[in-house]
Every structure is written in C-alpha cells, then in structure tokens.
Design a protein around this ligand. Structure first.
Ligand code: 5GP
Ligand code: ZN
Length: 139
C-alpha cells in the first residue's frame, strides 16, 4: 500500500497516532476531526496515501464515497443536524491542510455561517469522544 512516513493520516492508518475511529474497511477509514468546524465533524480517508483527488484511482474514490454515505447517514441519525455537507479540498487555494485524500462529513446548523475555508480550532477531546460514540451507535 502506498504510504508516506511523514503524513499524519498515514500515521493514523498505521495506528502510530490515536484517533476517534468510527468505522473502517480494507480501503477506507473514518474518524472524528480533532478541530471540528461543527459538532460531529468527521473525516473519511482512503487508506493508501494519495495527496489529492487528481491522484486517486477511480475505484478507491468509489470506496471512499461508499463509506462517506454510510457515515453521513449515521451522523444524520445521531445528531439530527439541519443539513450536512461533504467537503473535499485539493491544493492551497482550496485550503487543503493535509495532503492525503479525505472527505469531510460536516453537519450543518441553520445560521452557523460556516465559510467554505473554515478556521482550524482544536475541539474538546472528551466532547469529540462522546459524539463519536453517538455516531458509532448508528453505524
Ligand atoms: P483539509 O484542511 O486538508 O481539508 O482537512 C484536514 C483536516 O484534518 C482538518 O479539518 C484538520 O482539523 C484535520 N486534522 C489534522 N490533523 C489531524 C489529526 O492529527 N487528527 C485528526 N483526527 N484530524 C486532524
Ligand atoms: Zn498519507
């Protein structure tokens, strides 16, 4: 499998750094974002290291989409947001901060005024862990 020893998401895939894991299969992994833009913000990544969409094998993109659908439904069932965005960013102009392909599953609340390029602010770890349990209960 393609991997990059300096990549934070490759380290999460390898279990070298911890994450609040939601679900995984052979090709994909879903876990909570530690800088949540909103409660329930999570990420679905491809396990192999591909920096951007342009590098992704189509069948791996399909596998990430299947997991994103599953996680989005669980987030919707667990948190009942007013809406939900799937966001996928490529390159500095799109504010991509981790060059390992991933999709944000981003619950939305009416009036949250979240911009497309939101600011990264650390979340409360205990609150993130508790939200992860609520989402996992719907997976
Ligand atoms: P991007 O800015 O590339 O679209 O999204 C990268 C996301 O990864 C950001 O939302 C950021 O909060 C998240 N992130 C960065 N480092 C870590 C980490 O070590 N653990 C987790 N769970 N999320 C991370
Ligand atoms: Zn990587």
């Amino acid at each position: 499998m393609q991997t990059d020893p300096n990549c934070i998401f490759c380290k999460i895939v390898a279990g070298q750094i911890p994450s609040f894991k939601l679900t995984e299969d052979a090709a994909t992994l879903a876990f909570m974002d530690i800088n949540p833009a909103n409660e329930g913000h999570c990420l679905v990544i491809a396990k192999p290291h591909h920096p951007t969409l342009y590098d992704m094998p189509p069948e791996l993109l399909a596998a990430v989409s299947v997991t994103a659908l599953k996680v989005a439904k669980a987030v919707n069932a667990a948190l009942k947001p007013d809406g939900l965005n799937l966001v996928q960013s490529n390159g500095p102009g799109a504010a991509q901060s981790v060059p390992h392909f991933h999709v944000h599953v981003l619950p939305r609340r009416l009036g949250d005024k979240l911009p497309l390029n939101w600011e990264l602010k650390p979340g409360d770890r205990a609150a993130i862990a508790a939200t992860a349990e609520r989402i996992k209960a719907k997976l």
